[in-house]
Design a binder for this molecule. Structure first.
Ligand code: AHR
Length: 349
């Protein structure tokens, strides 16, 4: 009898041992070599996996960022990386340097590594249907971050977290109408657009036009893409000044970096930015606020890059099986030169 009890104890012991070994094996995907893991996060993850004997596992998100063209973009990247760390989420980060093809490659790599969620900031609006279908067929939910896509099937992505660019264009137009309310003569406008085919460029231009279209004295003289960069902003503004010179009374720049480039060439040309040429910009970076305090930019329509916490929260909700709204818009304001001094110290990017 005693021999049988001892035998039974040994059998139970071996069963428990094998069960515990089976439970502690991590099935987490390995980071691909062309992607950057957010520092230390993988380490924390492994420690956690070893500690937990139940089915808790670290979430892995693949994020395809479109590039690093502006201060806004760099703040956006930092926000997402920091929020991932904070949430204990492993982030596979890929910078596409403005190439849609590179974004496709990154997404394929995320699919191959079986990430839990894919987040993407699409460089342009068109051409996304096939790659999003690949993600859907692999059963990986996709979140659009910042920019939108044109697809016939909205189920190809779960939600879009980002600004209402159309509304931003409208805000710029409304500010201009108010600023020019006592102006009876013709007001010539030039427009520095962002990346050709990108949703902020398309929508900001559309919103602006919709608001000013009934104002007979407001005319858009020229409108060209300047890729959301400081250098291109300089180049295109120089060409505008060469062709239109003193006819230009207003510059609408689709972002701050281009506005800053334009300010430099306006001064080289011998005109006073903010006075001879009214300047309206979008984003709200600290540098643009400094220019506003000097009276060189008249108004900035805020576009919030600090999307990281919202993105990580959405990832958590998806993993928990909850439904998200199709569109999540961050809070945003308009700042004018009168408010700049008060606000400049609060800018986080
Ligand atoms: O998509 C958001 C836009 O992209 C920002 O306005 C611009 O600065 C950035 O590069």
């Amino acid at each position: 009898m005693e021999r049988w009890t001892r035998k039974a104890i040994w059998i139970v012991f071996f069963l428990l041992f094998f069960l515990s070994v089976g439970c502690s094996t991590s099935t987490n995907p390995v980071s691909p070599s062309n992607l950057n893991n957010t520092d230390n996060v993988a380490l924390n993850h492994n420690e956690q996996v070893q500690e937990n004997t139940d089915n808790e596992r670290q979430i892995v998100v693949g994020f395809s960022q479109l590039g690093s063209e502006s201060d806004w973009r760099n703040a956006n990247t930092r926000s997402i990386q920091d929020a991932a760390k904070e949430a204990g989420i492993e982030l596979l980060f890929a910078n596409a340097e403005q190439s849609q093809e590179k974004q496709f490659e990154a997404i394929r790599s995320f699919i191959e590594h079986k990430v839990d969620v894919i987040a993407v900031s699409p460089v342009i609006e068109s051409g996304w249907e096939p790659i999003l279908l690949e993600a859907k067929q692999a059963g990986i939910p996709v979140i659009l971050s910042d920019r939108a896509v044109q697809v016939s099937d909205p189920s190809l992505y779960v939600t879009i977290i980002g600004s209402d660019f159309y509304e931003e264009g409208r805000k710029a137009g409304k500010y201009l109408i108010d600023k020019m309310r006592n102006e009876t003569g013709p007001v010539g406008i030039v427009e520095l657009q962002g990346t050709f085919g990108s949703s902020p460029s398309i929508e900001r231009g559309r919103g602006f036009r919709d608001v000013i279209k009934d104002q007979e004295n407001l005319t858009i003289l020229q409108s060209e893409p300047a890729d959301f960069t400081y250098e291109k902003g300089k180049e295109v503004m120089r060409a505008f000044l060469k062709e239109r010179g003193s006819e230009i009374k207003v510059l609408f720049a689709h972002n701050d970096d281009m506005a800053l480039g334009a300010i430099d060439v306006i001064e080289e040309y011998g005109l006073r930015p903010g006075k001879d040429i009214v300047i309206i910009s979008v984003d709200g970076t600290r540098k643009a606020f400094e220019m506003m305090t000097e009276g060189k930019i008249n108004a900035v329509v805020e576009c919030n890059p600090l999307l990281g916490p919202m993105l990580m929260q959405a990832v958590g909700e998806i993993i928990a099986g909850r439904t998200l709204p199709k569109r999540i818009v961050p809070p945003e304001s308009v700042f004018t030169e009168e408010l700049a001094e008060k606000e400049v110290g609060n800018r986080q990017y």
